[in-house]
Each structure stands twice: as C-alpha cells, then as structure tokens.
Design a protein around this ligand. Structure first.
Ligand code: ADP
Length: 272
C-alpha cells in the first residue's frame, strides 16, 4: 500500500503530523479506487439486462411477432430481465440509504423467534420447488433483539435465499439460534456448493461473486451479503462465515440481546 512504500523513506522518527497525512492520502486513494470500481460494476450490471431486453425487442420488431409461441417466450424473457433490473436498482438504493444512514432506523425490540419463523415460513414454497429442505431448529432463545423489523427480515431472508440458491437438489438449509454471552447468534447453514477459502473475505463486498455466470442465472444482484453486513452493523452486530467447497457454508450473525422479557407479536405464540 502507499503507506508502506512511503514509510520506508521516512526518517526514523517521523513527525506525527506527517504520518497522519500519509494515512489520509492512502485512505483517500482507497476510497477513490472503490468509487471507480463501484461505478464500473454498476454500469456493467445495468448494461447486461438492458442489452438482452434490447435484443429480444429487436427480434420481435424484425418479424418475430408473427410466431406467437416465440413472441411469448421473448416477452417473458424481457419481463425476467426487467425484474432483474428492478431488483438491482432496489438493492442499490437500499444499500446507499443504509450507508448514508439517511434511512432513519428506528430500532426497537423485536422477538427473534417470530422473525425467524416468519422468514423460514415465507421461503418454504421456494425451498420445495427446488427440492431443498428448509428447517428452523427448535430452541430459538426467547429473546428480543434491538433492530428494525424489515432490516432484520432482510438479514435472515438474504442468508436463507443464498442457502437455497447455492445448494443442490436434495440438499438442506438449517436455521438455528443460540445465546453466547450477551449476544444471540443467528446461524444459517447449508450443505451446498461451499465457498473456497480465497473468496471468503471478499463475498461481503458489493458485486463480488464467486461465479458470476451462475449467480446471475439465479437472479442474484451480488449485493445481498453487502446489505446483510451493513444491516448487522447498524444493529450493533456483525457477521462471519465459515465454508468448505463441496460441503457447505455456515453464516453466523451476532446481535446484542435485549434483557427485557419477550412480548410476542404473533397471537399463536401464546397457544403453543
Ligand atoms: P448474489 O446475489 O450473487 O447471491 P450475495 O452478495 O448474496 O450476492 O453473495 C455474494 C456471493 O457469495 C455469491 O455470488 C456466491 O458466490 C457466494 N455465496 C453467498 N452465499 C453462499 C452460500 N450459502 N453458498 C455458497 N456461496 C455463497
């Protein structure tokens, strides 16, 4: 990095101010580099679906409309790609809002069990359609976490969706939770394709994907994990991952636990 190179040429006891300036220059360069990379990634991500939309529309204009079956196929592809664009834009806006903190997060106590149950339930149809078993383990601690409801859902949902996306037919995704000190762990584990060690550090970066072709085919935007990490930080928590190629991945989100008693939002809770 810039600091290392320049520091070699510094006098043995550099002025503290000088070192500070060097740090700032390095940081500025790093930010500038990230900004450029981001703009180039965004342009590419937007261009890909737009190009297919144009190609399908062109073909229809140039006589493709006469064949009804083909017309339907092409129109459905156009819709698919528009959906992808829409997701991408939604995710980008969401990330930008979280980052600029302009999304005024109103953190309030949320019963973790309810949030996990709701999310796992809402993904069951997708899981069944892919022949992947999705399961919420018993024994979710009866605690509240201080979060914002839709943000907490997004965290769980993005991790579960990834689990389903990157697991082969017949595989499984397990969601569980346990206490550790004054934190509660949300664990989403799959026995899918796994992630090679060299990629692990980078998967939380925006648009970083291990296999670009595969993930685009699955409708991913490459922003899911970046959003999860940012949200976990907004809720004063963090995320870690552990994975092995061919065996599966385990994502663990840690959030601080609120000590107050849990008041369930779901009426069915009381009957259990
Ligand atoms: P995407 O929309 O591509 O899924 P994410 O930010 O959610 O974007 O994930 C980034 C990348 O991390 C993915 O493209 C994939 O390569 C890898 N990844 C995420 N979750 C898993 C998982 N459970 N198993 C294997 N690879 C994963």
């Amino acid at each position: 990095s810039v600091v290392e190179v320049t520091a070699a040429k510094l006098p043995l006891q550099p002025e503290p101010g000088l070192v500070l300036v060097l740090h700032e220059v390095t940081e500025l360069r790093r930010l500038e580099h990230m900004r450029r990379e981001f703009v180039s990634n965004v342009s590419h991500e937007l261009k890909t679906p737009l190009t297919s939309i144009q190609a399908y529309a062109d073909t229809l204009m140039e006589g493709g409309l006469e064949d009804e079956e083909n017309s339907r196929l092409f129109l459905s592809r156009i819709l698919e790609q528009s959906d992808r664009l829409q997701h991408l834009i939604q995710d980008m806006l969401r990330l930008a809002r979280i980052e600029s903190q302009s999304e005024a997060f109103l953190l309030k106590p949320i019963p973790l069990k309810d949030a996990l149950e709701k999310c796992v339930e809402s993904r069951q149809t997708v899981a069944r359609s892919r022949n992947v078993e999705l399961h919420l383990a018993h024994g979710v601690p009866a605690v509240n976490v201080l979060a914002e409801s839709s943000g907490l859902q997004t965290i769980i949902d993005n991790l579960v969706s990834n689990g389903l996306n990157y697991t082969r037919e017949g595989g499984r995704v397990d969601v569980s939770s346990r206490l550790e000190g004054d934190q509660v762990l949300i664990i989403v584990e799959d026995n899918g394709i796994g992630i090679a060690h060299e990629h692990l550090e980078r998967i939380f970066e925006r648009f970083y994907r291990v296999d670009k072709a595969r993930t685009r085919g699955l409708g991913g935007t490459g922003l899911g994990l970046a959003i999860v990490k940012h949200l976990a930080n907004v809720f004063h928590g963090d995320i870690e991952v552990d994975s092995e190629v061919g065996r599966g991945s385990r994502f663990i989100v840690r959030l601080p636990v609120l000590k107050e008693p849990v008041q369930s939002l779901q009426p069915s809770e009381g009957r259990k």
